[in-house]
Design a protein around this ligand. Sequence first.
Ligand code: AP5
Length: 231
Amino acid sequence: MALEQRPVGKLDRAVIFLGPPGSGKGTQAKVLADKYGVPHLSTGDMLRDHVANGTLLGLKAKPIMERGELVPDSLVLKMVAERIERPDCSRGFVFDGFPRTVAQAKYLGELLRAHGLRQPFVIHMVIGHTLLIRRLTGRRTCKVGGEIYNIYDRPPKVEGICDNDGGELIQRPDDREEVIRARLLAYDKQTSPLVNFYRRLGLLYEVDASKSVAEVEQEIVQAVASIRGAR
Ligand code: AP5
């Protein structure tokens, strides 16, 4: 969080970003988490850290992520449960990329109840597949602070260098077109059923994620502000 930024209020719940690869979950989750001063929990980033650090979990996850498939629930759930036990999650948190299967969503419901937390607020990032390939092949991420850029639509001031901290901008290994297609397939088969799962529970808020970053952000910030305080 930037030093001068103060939280706008209490979040006191889990906010979940649900949407296909490239829909803008990470971009918007980071902004929202900074706004409320709560952790941004990206299971993709956590898994990539495990891969980079060569942990046992990382060694198991690496080939699966390289193929664009989902890492088994048994590995992901333990990692998430341990993370939300930490004290910084007591005032709420923003999930980006979790849950991704109905089993993960059910487990999360139990975890939240066990921690006495409110029902989550689920933001569904609605967007067609055609835009996603361009977004993902153009994505570059700062190696230091994780800031997300796009060489077509959101370039840094200096090519390859982060505007915020001068970190090197890198391309994710799973952002190659053939892996992107496998990730989209995994989303359609295993994750998209969560849209109806959360809709039936009355927890889903739909956003048109094909709009500009600023427009999507404005809509999400207003939606989250309007549900604060509500059960
Ligand atoms: P993960 O890291 O979660 O990747 P993902 O879900 O495929 O999503 P992305 O990070 O690719 O996209 P995003 O929606 O965050 O978009 P972003 O904001 O970056 O997962 C990676 C892998 O880890 C999975 O394949 C799986 O193997 C494993 N994994 C992770 N979680 C798991 C789980 N729970 N269970 C099992 N396995 C799991 O934006 C993309 C680009 O678009 C950027 O360049 C950005 O600048 C640009 N952009 C964003 N918004 C806009 C906009 N409105 N207009 C124009 N450009 C935009």
